[in-house]
Write a protein that binds this ligand. Sequence first.
Ligand code: SF4
Length: 353
Amino acid sequence: MDAKIFRERLLGWYQEHQRDLPWRHTRDPYPIWLSEIILQQTRVAQGLPYWEKFMQAFPTLPDLASAEEQQVLRLWQGLGYYSRARNLHACAKQVMEEYNGQFPRTYDELLKLKGVGKYTAAAIAYFAFGEAVPVVDGNVYRLFSRVFGIETDIASSKAFNEFFNLGLELIDTQRAGAFNQASMEFGATYCKPQNPPCLTCTFASGCHALATGQQAKLPVKIKKTKVKDRYFHYLVFVHADQVLVRTRPVGDIWTGLHDFHLVETTKPATPDEWPTDLGKLLMGHSLKGGDVEYKHLLSHRRLHARFYEVNVPEKDAFEGLATQLEMQAVTWGNLENLAKPVLILRFLNDREI
Ligand code: SF4
């Protein structure tokens, strides 16, 4: 399909169907950047309340940069991919320290920011500073690959440049914003992953996928990552209204979030099969619970978790465990204020305190 025809049809559709998104009413790079980071791997309907919460808690970049990391993680709780939250915070500090509190104004310079990839840099460059660069997100990959019959694996490293260059040919430089918005919106709301309504589509004549019946095949995305099962056995040590928690270490999932003492196995295991000296750990106390398995799916991991409560009535023994396991005693009320993975939240919601 010719670039001019594509552009006209797309912008014609957008004229009638554009959605009202609050971060599109501004050219301030801060809310734009915030929305772009939140919406990576998150749908608008899920991300919007988070964007609102962040704007309320941290109305400006200096507010976010000076926040405690725990506060940022706590607000992010439930969105997943927590490295995005840590990068968001690190980026705010970077802009304060290295750019005098002002976001850089060009695509190339924006790419140097922590957590800002090609897509996000292009989005900020255009939406905040008017640079006529195409924005290529997952929705745009779908639209372009279907209309133009592109079979490049969109998970491959060369995909972005190929689609970005096509975008440069297609973009209406006078109306780059509308073009970018329209291509993302069209992919998100019309040319959907499953059963797109092709027969009434503005691209029906000329769409490669429709002509060849390849809607379900395009875009091509080859999954390389194998999902690995992990078996978590949590020991929840309780004394009066206190519970032992730890801050998860760097180098594994959920860095900086809080959970309980963890015993991990590579296959399902009962307590007597755990690779730990359970007798020493329990000091005569008994395990309770563990009958429910919580399944939790991450991008590359499938977690199977069970929670066992251990009531420790002696204060000294409880404090000794905290020292031995390098954990912290908090009240159930304070645990509420700490950032936790959704898996832990699910357990807490089910637990009758
Ligand atoms: S015709 Fe179908 S596959 Fe092609 S752009 Fe329209 S909705 Fe997408």
